[in-house]
Write a protein that binds this ligand. Structure first.
Ligand code: NAP
Length: 461
């Protein structure tokens, strides 16, 4: 059965885009076309697939001016930031550069008697389920290496950002990626689950909420379909007593507030050594107080609305609950007269502790709690007191100390003196409820292919 999905614009609550989902039958037919075309795609020389994908990304870049404004309408990011093409290009370029290495066969022996090696085989059809918060970058993370590896790709993008997959399809198709090989599809949750449950895909990569990830895993149960799950986070920052204070404040607060706090690896809680705590808080308040909340189409706006009013209400609830339990909110509401609905003022909380949801559950909004810590041991214990593990950001001048602390943190990535970033040469991964699997890097290629072993005994002359 087909249904209609709607993108309600956070700018003014209007219906910005409507699309009809594919029925299960139509999705099956589309998938059959993809599987039919996939062997020819996989048989192209790797260099040819890489070139077409690179060309597709370049064409996406050419569309950027149009994309930026449409993104603002769909999910609220201010146009002044210019879209995601910088990150898209960096990630796609890195994956194109790593293709030979990531997809290389492993040679064990090639002697007079034997040829033994392990080849990387594409899964066939890969489903990519992507979120709206960085809708191009999160999709590109899997779409690009999956195509380069020789798979056909079904992209099911978020209902909040329905134009993103259409733009990607237009760019890739114009660059010579066959229409059957990259298909942007509008699917209901039910159809997505039904397809996964009937083993339609060789691999599914899901980026989104914990609930969504659990639904995908349930759908895949018993099918032996490979599943990559990149889910929520509660990423901590830890400012050690020797940190460069200005750099730490500017970067961590930007990491907490950019994109209205809707970054998968955004900073959600900050622990600061006692000697720097007061200065850190004072500078944080000064930075946040200078933000301009408003219409994302206005070039003066630095903080747009959240993508949906329900996300803003979730953060309002968490914040109000924390304040009712003794937290102090340091940002004055009078500074943000535009707030209401999806427009949420940024907030900094102190006098917080881990009994409060705002310090434990994902906020995914422009609020951050800051706590004083006495030493590394306390900071490590607090950083690990979370059901998530995506990234952690350490601020110090001492790389050995950072490494010692890093070794103790339950997380997917540790940054020293950086945060809210994704290095595509490294594996993008998480632990605990952040999911499992690994994207980007050569490990991304390993997950988007399966190993196939060849044991060839040569004839004796
Ligand atoms: P979400 O509701 O889980 O949606 C994400 C995507 O999954 C959308 O395309 C959504 O489709 C789809 N989806 C959700 N449930 C589904 C189901 N049962 N069956 C099929 N598809 C389903 O997530 P969100 O709240 O919009 O996005 C924010 C979350 O994503 C945050 O938790 C954030 O931390 C996480 N995230 C993680 C990473 C990472 O790398 N770890 C990166 C970005 C975001 P519809 O839109 O049609 O519902």
């Amino acid at each position: 059965m087909s249904t209609t999905i709607q993108c309600i614009s956070p700018i003014d609550g209007s219906v910005y885009v409507e699309r009809t989902t594919l029925s299960l039958e139509a999705a099956r037919e589309a998938l059959a076309r993809a599987k039919n075309a996939q062997p020819d795609w996989a048989a192209l020389p790797l260099s040819e697939r890489v070139q077409r994908v690179r060309d597709g990304i370049a064409r996406l870049g050419d569309m950027n001016d149009d994309i930026v404004e449409k993104l603002a309408w769909q999910m609220g990011r201010p146009v002044r930031y210019g879209g995601e093409f910088g990150g898209v290009d960096e990630r796609a370029g890195m994956m194109a550069d790593l293709a030979e290495e990531g997809l290389a066969s492993i040679e064990i022996e090639n002697s007079a008697a034997f040829h033994r090696y392990i080849r990387r085989e594409p899964h066939g059809a890969v489903l990519v389920v992507a979120p709206w918060n960085y809708p191009y970058m999160t999709a590109v993370n899997t779409v690009v290496p999956a195509l380069i590896a020789g798979n056909a790709v079904f992209l099911k993008h978020a209902s909040q950002t329905p134009l993103v997959g259409e733009h990607m399809a237009e760019a890739f198709h114009a660059a010579g990626v066959p229409r059957e090989i990259f298909q942007n599809v509008f699917l209901s949750h039910e159809t997505t689950s039904a397809l996964i449950a009937e083993k339609a895909f060789g691999f599914v990569n899901f980026t989104g909420s914990v609930n969504g990830g659990q639904a995908i895993e349930r759908a895949a149960a018993g099918t032996f379909t490979g599943v990559g799950l990149e889910l929520g986070g509660k990423d901590p920052g830890y400012v050690m007593d020797d940190a460069d204070l200005d750099a730490a404040v500017e970067t961590l607060i930007d990491g907490a507030m950019f994109n209205a706090g809707q970054c998968c690896c955004g900073i959600e809680r900050i622990y600061v050594a006692e000697n720097l705590f007061d200065a850190f808080v004072e500078k944080s308040v000064a930075i946040v107080s200078a933000y301009r909340l408003g219409n994302p189409l206005d070039r003066d706006t630095t903080l747009g609305p959240m993508a949906h009013v329900r996300f803003a209400d979730h953060v309002r609830e968490q914040t109000a609950e924390a304040v009712a339990s003794g937290a102090r909110a340091l940002i004055a509401p009078e500074l943000f007269p535009e707030q209401g609905g999806a427009y949420l003022m940024p907030q900094i909380l102190i006098d917080v502790d881990h009994s409060m949801r705002v310090m434990r559950e994902e906020s995914f909004g422009p609020v951050v709690g800051i706590m004083k810590v006495k030493d590394d041991a306390e900071a490590v214990a607090l950083m690990n007191d979370s059901e998530f593990g995506l990234t952690a950001s350490l601020w110090t001048k001492d790389i050995d100390r950072a490494t010692r602390v890093a070794d103790q943190i339950e997380t997917g990535t540790v940054f020293m003196n950086r945060c809210d970033y994704l290095d595509p040469a490294l594996c993008w991964t998480g632990c605990k409820n952040t999911g499992r699997g690994g994207g980007l890097s050569i490990i991304g290629y390993h997950n988007l292919t399966r190993p196939k072993s060849y044991y060839l005994k040569k004839p004796v002359n």
